[in-house]
Design a protein around this ligand. Structure first.
Ligand code: NAP
Length: 281
């Protein structure tokens, strides 16, 4: 039977630590760290994510500034807001909630965020820093996954880690972080042949696909650490990529959905905001 990795609890501990660090920062700097969140349109899932991020800020003492823009906002208007926030000394971190409406070019928009305020870690320069193993702001979800793996007490070094998914926001940075921790990393995607044959070799298996019940028991090596990044709906209920009930008896450690990776993503965002505030001096 797998041990459940309690992301909710680990994230709560992290937020408690951050609260103290934020207070110490505020005492020294004479101001609170500030996070600006930009939400475009009315996507219900994005609204929930933004609400949770703002709630997280309140809990640890980070000041938040929420900008809600209509679906019809132009790229020029959005860029102009980002430029203002880049220059605003009260704002240490800027987050543009994705996905953006189709008429807005995500890469061009993200490129406008000042690198040192890019708390999502999606700017091309932060992506490059991660690639090169240099200091920078790291994408929150993969960074949270590393914390969850480390919480098991199992060393990542030398392990075979398999990541399913190669998106710029989860799969690729996840693979790079695991590589930095000296895992032997395999990245799988929709064109991968014999996916189960590869995942069965994984000591650490991270699934970031976005399909319910995608990872079945026969794809998991007995005793493996399984991290489920997926956020899907099945019969109206939130679930991950992993067929939880059947994988639970096989895996060594397993993250639940909800209560696994999701809360860690927000905790790492708060951590990045404090890091950005410190780096602004
Ligand atoms: P994405 O951009 O859609 O990427 C999905 C990846 O899965 C792609 O690389 C795709 O391969 C791969 N894939 C699709 N079908 C596959 C198959 N049959 N076999 C192997 N690989 C397959 O999604 P994402 O943004 O990375 O997000 C992935 C999931 O994580 C989603 O459910 C999302 O909601 C969730 N998520 C959760 C959090 C959190 O905080 N918990 C944060 C971010 C995302 P190709 O590249 O070949 O198309």
């Amino acid at each position: 039977m797998a041990k459940i990795i309690d992301g909710k609890q680990i994230a709560a501990e992290l937020r408690a630590e951050l609260k103290e660090k934020v207070a110490a920062f505020a005492a020294e700097a004479g101001c609170l760290p500030g996070l600006a969140v930009i939400l475009v349109g009315e996507d219900p899932a994005s609204q929930v994510y933004v609400r949770n991020k703002i709630r997280g800020c309140e809990e640890v003492g980070i000041q938040s500034f929420c900008y809600r823009l209509p679906e019809s906002v132009s790229e020029a208007q959005l860029k102009s807001l980002i430029c203002e926030l880049n220059d605003d000394p009260h704002v240490d971190g800027i987050l543009v909630q994705l996905p953006l409406p189709r008429h807005l070019d995500e890469q061009r928009i993200l490129a406008c965020i000042a690198v040192e305020k890019d708390v999502d870690g999606f700017h091309v320069q932060n992506a490059g820093n991660l690639m090169l193993g240099q200091e920078g702001l790291t994408p929150c979800t993969p960074a949270g996954c590393i914390r969850l793996i480390e919480s098991t007490g199992i060393s990542i070094e030398g392990k075979h880690a398999v990541v399913i998914g190669r998106s710029n926001i989860v799969g690729k940075p996840m693979a790079l972080l695991l590589l930095q921790k000296n895992a032997t990393v395999t990245v799988c995607h929709s064109r991968t042949r014999d996916l189960g044959g590869i995942t069965r070799q994984a000591d650490i298996l991270v699934s970031a696909v976005g399909k319910a019940d995608f990872v079945t028991a026969d794809m998991v090596k007995p005793g493996a650490v399984v991290i489920d990044v997926g956020m899907n709906r099945k019969e109206g209920k939130l679930c991950g990529d992993v067929a939880f009930d059947e994988v639970f008896p096989v895996a060594g450690f397993l993250t639940p959905v909800p209560g696994g990776v999701g809360p860690m993503t927000i905790a790492m965002l708060l951590s990045n905001t404090l890091k950005a505030a410190r780096s602004h001096g």
